[in-house]
Ligand binder design. Structure first.
Ligand code: GLU
Length: 503
């Protein structure tokens, strides 16, 4: 593809970014990377009534955490700024005038009450779906039904108005969606949408196309919910005489049961986050985030990439770089992508176990209770558990017996494994361990196997009770590794305690 691929992520700062939004940003990022293009962030804040303080910062921080930072945006202005729509008012003013002059937009002086009354009257006549369009605009109070002079005088008197698009009836809008193929819409079904509100700000539709044009966006990759608006957008490009960008509408992210769009409430109900980072709303209500739940950003991003796309191979663990190498819009699905909380955890685990022991230790340093271990031993402890847990925060609870001798012994294992001769065997094993000069896992294992064959007993007669004595548990990482880290003195003491309590 050519060098001037430019894509944008254009969120509205109306609250925390849902994972669906993060996926849209990710696909834009991957598409830009794959094609040597530029990934732009534009903040669409023209709906002042829905503006939420802190939302823009949340969006930026989320993208940063995911490692998909835009190359241009409010944080990093390029040559197409400003990148926040509320700072582009003059640009929209200028363009709406142009559209009026071209005869594709008009002033509408109907008040919200007038419109409501009209809708009500139509409803009473059985017309539920009344809309302001080519068939009804001549009954309304606008610059097409009154004279130029009257229009000018209303404007001079600062009469509140909106500006509407004048949709030409009886036309077909054809466009090719890169994911969905050819889409055809008859203009008679479209209404004369408001392009400029009475507060002097443009609506989403108008600001969006003006900006995509001026920012030289080549591909608009966005959620499926915007597909119905695309016909209007195409017409606006046509009315301005501009070339429209290419469009790709991404499938919805569905609830785990596939019934409907994934919502915040599903996350609350089923105990998984639907936001990248924690967010606290103005009522003090917490929306949990993946980051604070202990997910690695690489795992989160890999999972999101597969929600609606796949590389066409069996490979599932792909770094961001690898994803960018393999990504293509042709492989994005048309149908909704079902969110799978278990698969999400699986991705996390794959990445978690690939982490170095040192970096896991670093991330849990402040959770580690008082101890006498060396850094190397603590790292070994992390290594013993990283395949057994999914999150760094679960290491210390799982490894609790390294920091405190068992307070109790797993009942089931005691009942099944603790036999009459267990105490005697353990005492003898303890003597053998005591004589070891090298308390390494290999030496311990060697001594243990020697002892078991000397006694002509099965491993199963001694291994579980040794584990029980040292950890209080019925299962866990390799027991000789555990014993070696605990050290001779502690091992002998724990065996003695177990014998005294259970013997
Ligand atoms: N501001 C719109 C949103 O919040 C952007 C839609 C688009 O990408 O065109 O989703």
């Amino acid at each position: 593809m050519s060098d001037n691929i430019r894509v944008r992520f254009a969120p509205s700062p109306t609250g925390p970014l849902h994972i669906g939004g993060v996926r849209t940003a990710l696909y834009n990022y991957l598409f830009a990377k794959k094609n040597g293009g530029t990934f732009v962030l534009r903040i669409e804040d023209t709906d002042q009534t829905r503006f939420v303080p802190g939302a823009t910062e949340y969006i930026l921080e989320s993208l940063k955490w995911c490692g998909i930072e835009p190359e241009e945006g409010p944080h990093k202005p390029g040559e197409y700024g400003p990148y926040v729509q509320s700072e582009r008012k003059e640009i929209y003013q200028e363009h709406i005038q142009q559209l009026i002059e071209l005869g594709h937009a008009y002033y509408a002086f109907d008040t919200p009450e007038d419109l409501e009354k009209k809708r009500q009257e139509e409803k009473e006549k059985g017309n539920e779906n009344w809309q302001y369009d080519s068939s009804t605009r001549n009954q309304m109070y606008n610059s097409l039904t009154i004279s130029k002079v009257e229009t000018q005088s209303l404007l001079n008197q600062n009469t509140p108005y909106t500006i509407r698009v004048k949709i030409e009836p009886e036309q077909i809008v054809n466009f090719h969606d890169l994911i969905r193929g050819l889409i055809s819409i008859q203009t008679n079904v479209l209404d004369d949408k408001v392009l400029f509100k009475s507060d002097g700000l443009p609506t989403y539709h108008f600001a969006n196309i003006v900006d995509d044009h001026l920012m030289q966006i080549s591909h608009v990759i966005r959620g499926e919910e915007w597909l119905p608006s695309t016909a209007l957008h195409q017409l606006l490009y046509r009315y301005f005489g501009w070339e429209a960008p290419k469009f790709a509408h991404l499938p919805l992210i569905l609830k785990p049961d596939g019934k409907g769009k994934l919502s915040k409430r599903d996350g609350d109900k089923m105990g998984f986050p639907v936001f990248p980072l924690n967010w606290t709303n103005s009522e003090g209500e917490l929306y949990p985030g993946y980051r604070e739940n202990g997910y690695l950003p690489e795992a989160f991003v890999n999972m999101l990439a597969f929600l609606g796309w796949n590389p066409g191979t069996e490979e599932e663990i792909l770094s961001l770089e690898k994803l960018a190498d393999t990504f293509s819009l042709e492989r994005v699905n048309k149908s909704g992508a079902r969110f799978d909380p278990d698969k999400t955890k699986w991705f996390q685990q794959q990445y978690f176990k690939q982490q170095s022991n040192a970096s896991i230790l670093q991330s849990i340093e402040n959770q580690i209770p008082k101890h006498n271990y060396t850094i190397q031993q603590l790292e070994e402890i992390c290594g013993l558990f990283k395949e057994r847990v999914e999150f760094a925060k679960d290491i210390v609870p799982a490894a609790k017996y390294f920091f405190e001798a068992p307070q109790s012994y797993d009942d089931k294992t005691v009942q099944k494994k603790w036999k009459e001769n267990s105490a005697t065997l353990l005492n003898e094993l303890s003597t053998k361990f005591q004589s070891l000069h090298d308390f390494s896992a290999q030496e311990l294992e060697h001594a243990f196997h020697g002892f078991v064959s000397e006694k002509e007993i099965g491993l199963g007669a001694l291994m579980p009770v040794l584990r029980l004595s040292l950890t209080g548990e019925g299962s866990g990482p390799q027991i000789f590794e555990i014993a070696s880290i605990l050290g001779k003195e502690e091992v002998l003491e724990r065996i003695a305690t177990a014998v005294a309590k259970l013997g």
